[in-house]
Write a protein of this length. Structure first.
Length: 646
């Protein structure tokens, strides 16, 4: 599959030079930056001056592979860097967050407003017993309180764990328990396409079995009825009305934990990726300013949800550290109509737009008439993240959104990398649709073969990061062995990304997608094992194997092959019931598009499920090599049955 994708990408020969007008005003105008950054540590030391440190660090990097410490001895506070230093000067009256609600309500928080609310909320958390080092889980919609809650935690030095609002009660419970969080911050509900998604009800269900939570703070967003448990639950607005606006930012060590963010891997249990403070803040601030060419007057809009790493690094920490004006939108792009994105760009004169290929493919499908009906002349730079962008979508984005005027930064990175790792610099890098181009200055990314040796230009292999970088994950929460075995064991000292890639004869990188058992659905990582565990939890299921199947809009969709327990009858509605079961266990993002019942799964003689063959079947291709199968007839029968039913 990867080879096919690659061939399609590499037939792409179009090159778009950085527009001269853009270059002339760009924050980075000369390729000399790459040469300067060849001394990586010096480069990162210089970038560290972007921040205000309470105590300066003494050593840039202590590398005890694979454990890194950056800016050793430094003391700082992330919220202080995002707020306090801006309110000392003219930026205090600059819009920090412009919020657009799904129903068209809006709210602007200046840096001063945000500083006040964050300080107050930090005092609320303190009054609930939250201290430096305590974990706080945040389960909120895309509303300013999500950023306020994150920054309030950071202000106290209490690591947050944001759980995407679309995750189920069970997924929330697992994450609370893994982090042993003391406080949960949620909302009554969130607005979703005119309806209400019941966050508090989910939270209540999650808390049945999450004993570490002592208090729940509830933001009133929809005004719907919710049950409040006396002694445990408090309303955000009530607590805030009594809270002092004075709360000094706690100095934390550069290596103190800023947050945990759970992400899927190749096992059934999500990993708590740990990010610390100093290196992370340096990484996200530098990349945000240089890649998005940030100017004071920009209106910057990243459409990700704060529940994902993109929201952490490029809605909250990077942009606010840089004093940017950040737009935040609560709802879906088709509510109330399919021009909602473009109406918002027009309304706020958005100048930088950062979104995902899956969203672009959706707009493409809806048609150019929606963006064409709006004034998009304020846009000057576009970005993408989350998955490889197919050249067709790139060209559409360039033409209909950027109106052939805006450079596109295709940014490759991961929850684990914390910051963008490969990307164009928009004033200097020639763009090739479908390629995330080259590593960011000071970052060493390579394509290696199975022995960990770099492949020659023009070849493909595994994508690795071969030198530590400031925003890198430090460990897996509570499980350093898993950190080592997941990322560093294949080739000692080299970080394995889990992606396959090729670099072309110009040295441009083309990311192909995951080479492990992780599916990328609409730019979000789903572990096949996670979905399989959810399915096997259904009383009728004996065994399940999930794969990623190519999908026009989502990039990949989950397809599941299921064997039923003996004596189970396939009755009407069983497929729907199982899909609903996965939604309840994990969340709608993991819901399989197809569930297919089979008497047996194709396995090797040692019992390993041959997913490659399942992918061939699901995508209707001729079957690849079947010689290692224990029983070749299984796969032929499966193929025929699939062809009949699909
Ligand atoms: O496979 C790569 C893909 O998304 C994975 C990381 O997923 P996650 O940790 O959820 O973070 C997504 C947002 C940073 C990567 O291993 N990916 C991300 N960006 C790109 C990409 N694939 C190709 N091109 C990209 N620009």
């Amino acid at each position: 599959m990867e080879e096919e994708k690659l061939e399609a990408l590499l037939q792409e020969t179009r090159v778009f030079q950085a527009p001269e007008g853009f270059r002339q005003q760009a924050n980075v105008q000369s390729t000399a930056v790459y040469a300067e950054a060849e001394n990586r540590l010096e480069f990162w030391a210089k970038q560290a001056d972007r921040l205000e440190w309470f105590e300066r660090w003494s050593t840039v990097l202590e590398w005890n592979s694979p454990f890194a410490k950056w800016f050793v001895g430094g003391k700082l506070n992330a919220a202080y860097n995002c707020l306090d230093r801006h309110v000392k000067g003219w930026r205090r009256n600059k819009a920090a967050i412009i919020f657009e609600g799904e129903n068209g309500d809006s709210r602007v928080l200046t840096y001063q407003d945000l500083h006040r609310e964050v300080s107050q909320f930090a005092n609320v958390l303190k009054s609930l017993g939250v201290q430096k080092g305590d974990r706080v889980t945040i389960y909120l919609p895309m509303i300013p309180e999500a950023a306020i809650a994150m920054l309030a935690c950071a202000r106290l030095g209490a690591p947050h764990s944001v759980v995407f609002g679309g995750f189920s009660a069970e997924a929330l419970r697992d994450r609370i328990n893994d982090a042993q969080a003391k406080v949960l911050i949620t909302a009554d509900g969130s607005n979703r396409r005119g309806g209400v998604y019941p966050l508090k009800a989910n939270a209540d269900a999650a808390l049945n079995g999450a004993g570490s939570i002592e208090h729940v703070v509830v933001v009133q967003r929809t005004g719907g009825q919710v049950s409040m448990q006396a002694g445990r639950d408090i309303w955000y607005h009530e607590a805030m009305s009594n809270a002092s606006v004075v709360c000094p930012a706690e100095p934390v060590d550069a290596e103190d934990m800023l947050y945990i963010l759970y992400t899927s891997g190749t096992t059934g249990k999500p990993k708590g990726v740990v990010h610390t403070t100093g290196g992370y803040m340096v990484g996200v601030s530098a990349t945000h300013e240089m890649i998005f060419d940030l100017k004071e007057e920009d209106v910057y809009w990243c459409t990700a949800d704060v529940g994902w790493v993109t929201g952490h690094s490029y809605i909250v920490y990077g942009p606010l550290a840089n004093g940017a004006t950040v737009l935040m939108y609560e709802g879906t792009p088709d509510y109330p109509a399919k021009d909602r994105m473009w109406q918002i760009v027009e309304k706020y004169r958005v100048s930088i737009l950062y979104t995902a290929p899956t969203a672009i493919r959706t707009y493409m499908k809806w048609g150019a008439k929606y963006p064409e009906s709006r004034d998009l002349s304020s846009l000057r730079l576009l970005g993408t993240v989350g998955e490889p962008i197919n050249p067709e979508a790139w060209i559409w984005y360039h033409k209909y959104i950027g109106r052939e005027r805006c450079p596109i930064v295709d940014t490759w990175w991961q929850t684990e990398t914390g910051m963008i790792m490969m990307t164009p610099l928009p004033g200097i890098t020639a763009l090739k649709p479908g390629s995330a181009t080259v590593p960011f200055p000071g970052i060493k990314v390579e394509v290696v073969d199975k022995d960990g040796k770099p492949v020659p230009k023009g070849s493909g292999g595994y994508l690795v990061v071969s030198e530590p970088w400031p925003a890198m994950l430090r460990t897996v929460y509570g499980d350093p062995d898993r950190y080592v075995s997941t990322y560093w064991n294949r080739w000692p000292g080299i970080y394995f990304t889990g992606d396959g890639a090729k670099w072309d004869t110009d040295g441009y990188f083309w990311v192909l997608g995951r080479v492990d058992d992780v599916i990328n659905v609409s730019g979000h990582r789903i572990g096949t094992m996670e979905v399989e565990s959810a399915l096997v939890d259904h009383p009728y299921v004996a065994e399940a194997a999930c794969i990623g199947k190519n999908h026009e809009i989502k990039g990949q969709a989950v397809a599941a092959f299921v064997t039923l327990k003996e004596g189970t009858e396939v009755k009407d509605g069983l497929v729907e019931e199982m899909k609903a079961h996965v939604t309840a266990k994990i969340g709608a993002i993991a819901r399989p598009d197809d569930i297919f019942f089979t008497a047996e799964l194709p396995k090797t003689r040692s019992g390993k499920i041959m997913r490659r063959l399942l992918r061939d079947i699901a995508e209707g291709r001729t079957l690849g090599d079947t010689t290692t199968l224990a029983d070749a007839s299984v796969v032929n029968a499966l193929k025929e049955k699939y062809a009949d039913e699909a």
